[in-house]
Design a protein around this ligand. Structure first.
Ligand SMILES: Nc1nc2c(ncn2[C@@H]2O[C@H](COP(=O)(O)OP(=O)(O)OP(=O)(O)O)[C@@H](O)[C@H]2O)c(=O)[nH]1
Length: 387
């Protein structure tokens, strides 16, 4: 794990003058962790520093957003209407609204690209129902689109007072871990509400395995409400998980903030700077490698499909020949079981060649369909189902 203070390089400006690329900061966090308040604070802070951010709201169900948004999902999708029309519950409504919004992501990216020169930071607020965003296809489409346009950092906002017990801390870390591996983007753990509970314990538990074990034992002995109930199995599970998560902690920055008072916001911005460097150095090449591999696999699969088709064709032909032999056996008694060359065979070879070409063309057509085209097709489908 790295905290912000020992990283002097993080004081560099987010985008070097040569690149002038803004950074996307995607705020993810459980309901009530303080995402909206954190964004409000960040917005006020950046306005005061004369670096106003560009704000995107992706929470269709939020009632009041206490700051101006440049792009708001609620302007294009009516969450209540979606619930009624599709007969959905609250979570289904959020997911369908995100699906519908994902159909417009190209337009959103187009807007961001056009304004790139004047932007420094794009703040993205997401629904409190994390799984609706992180584990949905549309969430992945949106984060992928953002991450392939500008450096993108995930700010995972955590309710510090509610994470102060070893068991709840571990549960939250596992969630953060799943988000990190799902999005494959640099992540900062934002321990919010430090005015109510200091985040030092988290730094300690993430760097000192024994400190976590001691806290776990103390929590059991004290019979804390959220302790694990003295179960030996659960205790050893938590211990093993904390060991397992050690490697995961190395990939994270931890910042304690108070969205209420504004404490820690500068440290957070420094951590973002550090993560942008990491994005350029580690994540971007990985993303490009993954994209190149997808393309390579597509070509390989195309060849495999073609081989399979041609093999099927050869089997079909053999079966056809077998039929011909039996026909000859019965119809032509003079040839005594010998198979004479069929006059049509040359034509068949030509047919086969033409067929192979047609297969190649068909596979070529489908193989060359880019992910973008596939996404567009999804979008067309969604638009159609919207009516
Ligand atoms: N003490 C304290 N309370 C905070 C802080 N940040 C947010 N809160 C409170 O936490 C509650 C939830 O804050 P929100 O900003 O609405 O949380 P959210 O994550 O956006 O919630 P959802 O929209 O439901 O996902 C509110 O009552 C806030 O006043 C903080 O830094 N300190």
């Amino acid at each position: 794990m790295s905290t912000t203070s020992p990283v002097p390089a993080a004081a560099e400006p987010i985008a070097s003058p040569a690149k002038k690329q803004p950074v996307n900061i995607v705020c993810i966090g459980m309901a009530g962790s303080g995402k909206t308040t954190f964004m409000q604070r960040l917005n006020a802070h950046l306005h005061a520093a004369k670096e106003p951010p560009y704000i995107v709201n992706l929470d269709p169900a939020v009632k009041n957003v206490p700051f101006d948004r440049n792009i708001d999902i609620r302007d294009s999708v009516n969450y209540k209407e979606v619930m009624t029309q599709y007969n959905l519950g609250p979570n289904g409504g959020i997911m369908t609204s995100l699906n519908l919004f994902a159909t417009k992501i190209d337009q959103v990216i187009g807007i961001l690209e056009k304004r790139a020169d004047s932007l420094t930071r794009v703040l993205v607020d997401t629904p409190g129902q994390i799984e609706c965003f992180v584990w949905s296809a549309s969430g992945a489409i949106i984060t992928d689109a953002l991450a392939s346009t500008f450096p993108t950092v995930i700010a995972y906002v955590i309710d510090t007072p509610r994470t102060a017990q070893p068991a709840t801390f571990m549960a939250n870390m596992l969630y953060a871990c799943s988000i990190l591996y799902k999005t494959k983007l640099p992540m900062i753990l934002v321990f919010n509400k430090t005015d109510a509970h200091d985040a030092e314990f988290a730094k300690e538990w993430m760097t000192d395995f024994e400190a976590f074990q001691t806290a776990l034992r103390a929590s059991e002995e004290n019979g804390d409400d959220e302790a694990i109930g003295g179960s030996g199995y659960m205790g050893s599970l938590l211990n093993s998980m904390s060991l397992m998560l050690d490697e995961f902690y190395n990939h994270l920055d931890l910042v304690g903030v108070s969205a209420m008072t504004g404490a820690g916001i500068d440290e957070f911005l420094k951590a973002v700077d550090g993560k942008v460097e990491e994005y350029e150095k580690d994540y971007k090449p990985e993303m490009e490698k993954a994209r190149a591999k997808r393309e390579e696999d597509k070509v390989k699969n195309k060849q495999k499909e073609l081989d399979r088709l041609m093999k099927d064709l050869a089997v079909g032909k053999k079966e056809e020949q077998a039929d011909v032999i039996s026909d000859l056996d019965t119809d032509d008694e003079d040839n005594q079981g010998m198979v004479e060359r069929d006059e049509d065979e040359v034509v068949n070879e030509q047919d086969e060649e033409t067929l192979q070409k047609r297969y190649e063309k068909a596979l070529g057509d489908s193989g060359s369909r880019s992910t973008k085209e596939e996404e567009e097709s999804l979008q067309r489908y969604l638009q159609k189902s919207q009516g």
